[in-house]
Design a protein around this ligand. Sequence first.
Ligand code: ZN
Length: 461
Amino acid sequence: MVAALFLFLIQTGCWIRTFDASARPDLVLITIDSLRADHLELYGHTRPTAPNLLKLARAGVTFKHAVAAAPWTLPSMASIHTGLPPSRHGATSNQSSIGEQHPAVASLLQASGYQTRAVVSHVFVGSSFGFARGFDDFNERHVQDHSGSSSEVLTQVALESFNAAGDGPTFLWVHYFDPHYSYERHPEYDFATGRTGRFGDSIDFESPNGTELLGVSAAAERYMTDVYDEEIAHTDKHVGALIDGVIGAGRDRGVIFVVTADHGEGFLDHNRFGHGRDLYDELIHVPLIIGGDIPRTMWGLSIGSPVETSSIATTLLQFAGVEEHTLRGMDLFDTALSRSSPSYVSSEGSYARGTDQRQVSVERGRWKMIQHLDDGRVELYYRKTDPGEQNNIAGDPKVAHLQADMRAIMDTRLAEISSPGTAPETTPNAKTAPAQISEAEREKLKALGYLESEGASDAVH
Ligand SMILES: [Zn+2]
C-alpha cells in the first residue's frame, strides 16, 4: 500500500507524486546563493535559466513576492533558520554568529524525532556562525572561495547523506553557491555566446562607492549578466538532480521541497554590482517555491501576497507536525490557502564589514519604504508604475496619504527593532555571540571580499 501511495508518476514536465498526510514527510530545504528572482523564467525572465525550478513549481506553490530578511548571506540565512529578523538573531556582521539562545528549525526538528543533515558551501552558513546546531550530520567540507563550481559535488554528497539516513523522517538542507560572483562560463548553456573568461575578478563588488564602477561598458555588463545566467542554469541542473535523487530513493514517506535564495544580486540597477548593503528588489526579492507531496488542489498555485523567507522555519515545522514552538513567522501554506497573510513584510540592511549604512524596508502591496537609519533618509516607491524602484516619491504631496500609511508601518517596525522585549522576539541584539572563525575561513572570507585584505583591520567599523 505504501509503495502504491508513493508511486512516482512520470508525466510531462512535472514531478507528480501522491500525498499522504498521515506520515511525517522528509523535508528538503534548498537555498541558492545570490539568486535574484527576476532571472528565473518562473518570475518573468525571457531565458530558460531554471527549467527544474519551473518543473517543481508546476506541481508546487510559487510565492511571487518573497522577501529576504537581509541583502547578504549571514543575516538572511540566520533568519531562514530561526524565524527571527536580523535585529533579533544578531548575526549581522562578519564577526557575529547566531546566539545560542535562539532555537533554530534543525534543533526543533531534531528534538521532534527528525534526522537532520546539511551540506553547505559558504563560510557564512558554516558552524563558525552557528548554523551546525541541531544537525546530526553537518558537511562543510566543500565550502569554497569565489572560484570554481561546487553544485555537482554538493548534490552528490547531499544524496549520499540523505541515503545514509535511517527510516525515520529526515530534514536535509543544501546550500548551493555557484551564482555568487565571480561568474564563470558554462558554455553548454550558451547565454554568453562567443565570449570567454571569468567575470568579476577585476571588479570590487563591495566598493562603497558604486559610481566608481560606472566605467564598465554596457557590453561588459551584458556579458556579466549572461554568465550569471549560465551559473544559474548550471546550479538548476544539479538542483534537479538532487530532487530526482531524493524522489528516486523511494522512501516510504512523502517529501516536501522548499527552494529559495539568501538574497539577490545587483547589476548596476542602483549603481552597484554584487550585494550586501541596499534593500532594493534586485537584492531582496528572491524565489520561493514549495513542491513535492503537497495536495493536488495546490499544484501550480501562484501567490502574489508579499511574504518573508523568515517564515520558512515555521512552515517546515508545520509540515513536520511540530505545533508547540515559539518561532516567529507565518505558515506559508496558510498564506497559500488565503487563510492568513502578513500585513506587511520587512527587511534589514546591515553590512558585513561593519554596522554603518543600516537600512530598514517595509512593504505593503506595491508600496515600499526604505529608511536609512544613519542619516535619516527616506525612500518611497510605487512598484506598480515603477517596478525598478528608480523614482523616489518620498515627499511628493500627491502621495502624502499613502506615505503617511507607510510611515506608520515603518514606525511600528522601527519600534520593534529598538524594543528588544517585544514578544515574541524576546532576546536583545546585544546578547549575540562572536563568531569563531578559523584562519582558513578568514582567508576564504577575504577572498570573497568580506574581510579587509592584508594590513587592514578586520574589526567591525
Ligand atoms: Zn549569499
